[in-house]
Design a protein around this ligand. Structure first.
Ligand code: IPM
Ligand code: MG
Length: 356
């Protein structure tokens, strides 16, 4: 029987509540599919600053590296807004991505049938379904480039740098092409090659890698056009590959097309098996502790973990099916509509377990 060690980074705000629900579901899946899970907890973000002074203690990196997979809730909150930039909770998140080499961020935007009416986009535009996979480069570009403060003509100024090396683009492109091969064989690379030199290198490199994947239909869009096309005709997309900052922006946009940011999961993958799984929403400090947060994005992140890191695709499918089933009748307040039963964070977790 497979035995997995999972590090839990519950984080801040609603993080602990939603991770607890996901753990319940993972435990239930482990009984049903005959594997066992052992949990280790570690600190990341604001809670780590409170306990140790820094958002990413060394011990957290060690625990993550010693596990099969990592489940993260969310980090950040107004309490830590006065921390210097390099000691904010978000710096912990970037730090763990870098330390674990998590260069490939997979952000699926899918509409669960019963939630179609929650999308702000008209039905005829969404069509029967929406299933877009955004592949965001996660450990390079402007997020990790040199930055600093300086002076220009006697006034304070600041700068950041966007830089990509060919190997960085090659490896993220291959992840995206591989995914496209398993899906509808369509890949859109998003850049700003009409302005940015780093984007021109990105585009050349993606074009070169595309020769290894003759079956995949590749096109390129400038990021401004991509942002517009996402709401104009989202069905044209299958897999999208893009840089760190463009992926950050486009994945929030795509999540809203899917109805609720409270529903979307993500996987951050390295060269090896180790992955970090987290909902794409934030720590929502305004609703923390009230039992009203939607745990489904975190539960669906567990499904991604089972699929991409733990090689338990049947358990992953079962969780996704269970979530879709529960949504036919029950809703947390963020996705509540008349005619459904409104439930708490905890009840939603229990319902998914029952449906499993
Ligand atoms: C995300 C978040 C993070 C990012 C923040 C919290 C640093 O917005 O995961 O999309 O920008 O990467
Ligand atoms: Mg973001």
């Amino acid at each position: 029987m497979a035995d997995y060690k999972i590090t839990l980074l519950k984080g801040d705000g609603i993080g602990p509540e939603i991770v607890n629900q996901a753990v319940k579901v993972l435990d239930k899946a482990s009984e049903k599919f005959n594997f066992s899970v052992e949990y280790v907890e570690a600190l990341l973000g604001g809670c780590a600053i409170d306990a140790t002074g820094v958002p990413l203690p060394d011990e957290t990196v060690e625990k993550c590296k010693a596990s099969d997979s990592v489940l993260l809730g969310a980090v950040g909150g107004p309490k830590w807004d006065n921390q210097p930039g390099n000691n904010r909770p978000e710096a912990g998140l970037l730090g763990i991505r870098g330390a674990l080499g998590l260069f490939a961020n997979l952000r699926p935007s899918v509409i669960f049938g019963p939630l179609k009416s929650a999308s702000p986009i008209k039905d005829e535009i969404i069509g029967g379904n929406l299933d877009i996979m955004i592949v965001r480069e996660l450990t390079g570009g402007i997020y990790f480039g040199k930055k600093g403060r300086t002076e220009v003509n006697g006034s304070p100024a600041a700068w950041d740098t966007e830089m990509y090396s060919v190997p960085e683009v090659e490896r993220i492109a291959r992840v995206a092409f591989d995914l496209a091969m398993k899906r509808n064989k369509k890949l859109t690379s998003v850049d700003k090659a009409n302005v940015l030199e780093s984007s021109r290198l990105w585009r050349e490199t993606v074009n070169r890698i595309s020769k290894e994947y003759p079956e995949v239909e590749l096109n390129h869009l400038y990021v401004d056009n991509a942002a517009m096309q996402l709401v104009r005709n989202p069905r044209q997309f299958d897999v999208i590959v893009t840089s760190n900052i463009f992926g950050d922006i486009l994945s929030d946009e795509a999540s809203m097309i899917a109805g609720s940011i409270g529903m979307l999961a993500s996987a951050s993958l390295s060269d090896g098996k180790l992955g970090l799984y987290e909902p794409i929403h934030g720590s929502a400090p305004d609703i923390a502790g009230q039992g009203i947060a939607n745990p489904l994005a975190t539960i669906l992140s567990v499904a991604m973990m089972l699929r991409y890191s733990l090689n338990q695709p049947d358990a992953a499918d079962a969780i996704e099916t269970a979530v879709a089933k529960v949504l036919e009748t029950h809703r947390t307040p963020d996705i509540y509509e008349e005619g459904f039963t409104k439930v708490s964070t905890d009840e939603m977790g229990d319902l998914v377990c029952q449906a499993l």
